[in-house]
Design a binder for this molecule. Structure first.
Ligand SMILES: *Cc1c(COP(=O)(O)O)cnc(C)c1O
Length: 416
């Protein structure tokens, strides 16, 4: 099996397994698509990579070199982004319960935009900003109450989200407080309707709700937003899902709504920001494993044991995510066996792929699981004291180590 010009079997031998392999070429191609189909197409727009999907120092540098900013959700992500040389101005700081320390760190670093989630955070930030003699730019995070999984508008949806303000809360109290808070610069609003969406309905409905809300804020307070952040959520291709959806499929109708709204109002159209995460990183990555035990259980299920699983990819256990896999050295052999790829953890739920057709596999073969570039490395744990895999970056047929494999010593390095 080849992956962007590199022989995957050779990569496994050279760098060991499990191994995350990321295609720099694919990451850059996605960034350039965002540039051509959004940033260059619509003026006064910008994109920030939702770095929680895949944050390494090198990834921060790659997206920066492609002209994207960075969405960060914790003090740790801010710290690493700064270490990577990300301009703090280009950072957008999220989080439903940012700590005092994290807010102080963001203020000290000069993070460009802080997305305020709730009233207690607004009060605290206003107070901390006064102490630090700063005036951060803020957006209010709004949960528009669109159920992105069923694409049905559920009027009580917002009450059930742990993120952000409801539309009513912004209209009744939060906007007024933000306008009157002396030490923050209230620029506008943020909404993010969900993740892994293949249908643009939620984005469009949410945009309508947000614009309507902004119309209300203008009437009530004369407030005119200077930024609208529409979040991310654009879907990619896992097993069974449709092909990666073009970003333009989501962005064009959203921009049409926003542009039409501001043309009608006569006000200047605010800066529009987007935050793709998965869409940029997911398909760029594969995870390579070595096959260990192969056995048939009492129910007749053929279990292919691999040297990773839940610790490097918790998405299956978390969301029942479905993946495709390739037998690395036997990619040209017929897929004659129905097998289940099982992870190595002491957890019955540590099953990576159920009932997949693959060639006959034996100990020492490698399998590559596809589309693991997002929310795998960044979600990895050391459950069962399994060291985290290395990350190899490939570009134009050449591979280089990007993140070293964890060692057993690393595993106990903080223990006293
Ligand atoms: C997770 C997240 C994103 C990115 O979501 P993707 O589905 O990976 O594109 C963007 N914005 C916010 C606020 C998020 O929480």
């Amino acid at each position: 099996m080849m992956f962007y010009g590199c022989d995957v079997s050779e990569l496994a031998k050279e760098y060991g397994t499990p191994l995350y392999v990321m295609s720099e070429d694919d990451i850059r191609a996605r960034c350039r698509e965002i540039k051509s189909d959004f940033i260059d197409k619509y003026e006064n727009t910008r994109a920030v990579f939702a770095s929680k999907a895949f944050q390494t120092l090198e990834m921060c540098r790659i997206v920066k070199s492609e002209g994207l900013g960075l969405d960060v959700v914790s003090g740790g992500e801010i710290y690493a982004a700064l270490k990577a040389g990300t301009d703090p101005e280009d950072m957008v700081f999220h989080g439903n319960t940012k700590s005092r320390r994290e807010l102080e760190e963001a203020l000290n670093a000069g993070v460009g935009t802080i997305v305020v989630d709730n009233l207690s955070e607004l009060e605290l930030l206003n107070e901390l900003a006064a102490g630090a003699a700063k005036k951060p730019e803020i957006l209010l995070r709004v949960t528009p109450g669109v159920d992105s999984h069923t694409h049905e508008y559920i009027s009580t949806g917002q009450k059930d989200s742990k993120f952000g303000f409801s539309v009513e809360e912004v209209a009744d109290t939060a906007a007024e407080m933000a306008i009157n808070a002396e030490n923050v610069d209230f620029k506008g609003v943020h909404y993010h309707v969900g993740s892994q969406l293949h249908d643009n309905t939620s984005h469009i409905m949410a945009t309508d709700i947000i614009l309507n809300m902004l119309g209300g804020l203008k009437e009530k307070y004369g407030f005119i937003a200077r930024e609208i952040n529409c979040g991310g959520g654009f879907g990619v291709h896992y097993a069974g899902d449709p092909k990666r959806t073009e970003a333009a499929y989501f962005l064009d109708p959203v921009m049409e709504k926003i542009n039409a709204f501001y043309e009608a109002s006569g006000d200047a159209r605010p800066l529009v920001t987007i935050e793709p995460g998965r869409w940029i990183a997911a398909e760029a990555g594969i995870t390579v494993y070595e096959v260990g035990s192969v056995k048939t259980n009492a129910a007749g299920r053929v279990c292919i044991g691999i040297d990773g699983g839940f610790p490097d990819n918790p998405r299956v256990a978390l969301y029942n995510a479905e993946y495709e896999a390739v037998a690395v050295e036997k990619a040209d052999q017929p897929c004659s066996e129905k097998v289940t790829i099982v992870g190595k953890c002491c957890e019955s739920g540590d099953i990576l792929i159920r009932d997949i057709m693959l060639p006959e596999l034996e100990r020492g073969d490698h399998v590559a699981v596809l589309c693991t570039g997002a929310y795998n490395y960044s979600m990895a744990s050391n459950y069962n004291r399994v060291p985290r895999p290395a990350v190899v970056m490939v570009s134009e047929g050449k591979a280089r180590l990007s993140v070293k494999r964890e060692t057993y010593e690393d595993l106990i390095s903080r223990e006293l």
